[in-house]
Design a protein around this ligand. Structure first.
Ligand code: ATP
Length: 352
């Protein structure tokens, strides 16, 4: 259904608070779409850990083919205390990321108006974390072996030149667009093969971007920098594992996981991209109507932007900034008492 009038979007609420924040975000996105004269057509898919318990799989065998028909995938969160994490990860998220070659995971992190960082008083910051999303440390190569010295577990990391290069180009392009600087997360002082390779490819790609200031930082030092001086950072690029960890730290620095969005992109546009919050299914607060919907709504803004609806996306961000500036509209994770419904209604009302 690609075209001027609308977009077909797969909606996968998943588990836990995903079932609360995803419908909330759909409400906001439908409202902004009406204002901008286009329609979002939702293809609701119940794939989740509950679905796994019933069917023995996270999605049906033709799941990927069904998603291929859509313009984008809007996902809440999958995960349940009764299903091991690797099942939701390897049964749904990783197959989608790989089938659609969503090799860029982007996590924008900003200190939103009115919100205070969890960790320290700090100035406003606005960082884009670019994480490699299809290879690296999250591989299924390895195993457990019995040896004369006892049991050994081996986990291989796979870094391909093509995979590193295309991701780094995306990150350097973004840094150029933002007129900012780039930091590449490495650990070549401890990891002997993959990280020196990553560094080498970074330097090669950087040679085509003489106008972009860049530096390498060991990931341990970079982690500390996120906490002490996030305002010094602009674009941060890292491998699958490093980007994942830095994304969660950055989310905490920005106030809460409840305001941290992410996008899994196939920048070529050949396949649907997937938009999901950094947070998980949060079983500790699920079903109580207190989850913060802002991360999911912000994911919706990233999705609209990706679908070419830049003005609608900007309106959603304006609404988010209006709402976070009002202390009466904060959910519990931000120290307030507002409910998911209160914040959602306020977001709809705050749309320009
Ligand atoms: P999972 O295994 O699915 O990742 P988890 O509980 O380990 O679940 P998260 O779901 O990310 O990890 O939750 C971490 C903490 O952050 C929890 O205490 C949760 O309540 C809180 N949290 C996460 N997302 C939100 C949100 N949108 N609103 C409020 N609190 C949240």
């Amino acid at each position: 259904m690609s075209g001027v009038d609308g977009h077909l979007v797969a909606a996968i609420p998943g588990d836990g608070i995903g079932k609360e924040v995803l419908p909330a975000a759909q409400r906001v996105l439908d409202a902004v779409a009406v204002r901008h004269d286009f329609a979002l057509s939702w293809c609701e898919l119940p794939w989740s850990c509950s679905w796994y318990t019933e069917h023995g799989a996270m999605m049906p065998p033709d799941g990927i083919d069904r998603l291929r028909e859509t313009d984008a995938i809007f996902l809440g969160a999958v995960g349940s205390p009764s299903v091991p994490d690797h099942i939701s990860l390897w049964g749904l998220l990783i197959p989608i990321r790989r089938a659609f070659d969503q090799y860029v995971n982007i996590r924008p992190v900003r200190l939103l108006p009115g919100l205070a960082s969890r960790l320290r008083e700090c100035e406003a910051f606005d960082v884009a974390i670019v994480r490699e999303n299809t290879e690296g440390e999250y591989s299924d190569v390895g195993g457990r072996f019995a040896t004369p010295a006892g049991e050994v577990a081996v986990q291989e990391s796979i870094f391909t030149r093509r995979g590193c290069e295309r991701l780094l180009r995306y990150a350097f392009d973004l840094a150029r667009q933002r007129g900012g600087a780039l930091v590449s997360a490495t650990k070549s002082n401890g990891i002997m093969h993959t990280m020196p390779f990553w560094d080498e490819v970074t330097a090669e790609v950087a040679a085509s971007y003489p106008d972009v200031k860049w530096q390498r930082m060991h990931v341990d030092a970079l982690t500390a920098r996120f906490i002490t001086h996030p305002e010094d950072l602009d674009v941060v690029v890292g491998s699958n594992l490093f980007g994942d960890i830095l994304g969660n730290i950055a989310a905490a620095v920005s106030g809460s996981l409840g305001v941290a969005p992410s996008a899994n992109l196939d920048p070529t546009g050949r396949n649907p991209s997937m938009f999901e919050p950094v947070h998980g299914s949060a079983p500790d607060i699920a079903g109580r109507g207190v989850a913060n919907p802002i991360a999911q709504v912000w994911c919706g803004a990233l999705m609209l932007d990706h679908l070419g609806r830049e003005k609608a996306a900007a309106d959603v961000l304006t609404a988010i900034e209006t709402v976070t500036a009002d202390p009466a509209l904060r959910t519990r994770d931000l120290g307030g008492r507002a409910t998911t419904k209160d914040v959602t209604s306020a977001l709809v009302d705050a749309l320009p």
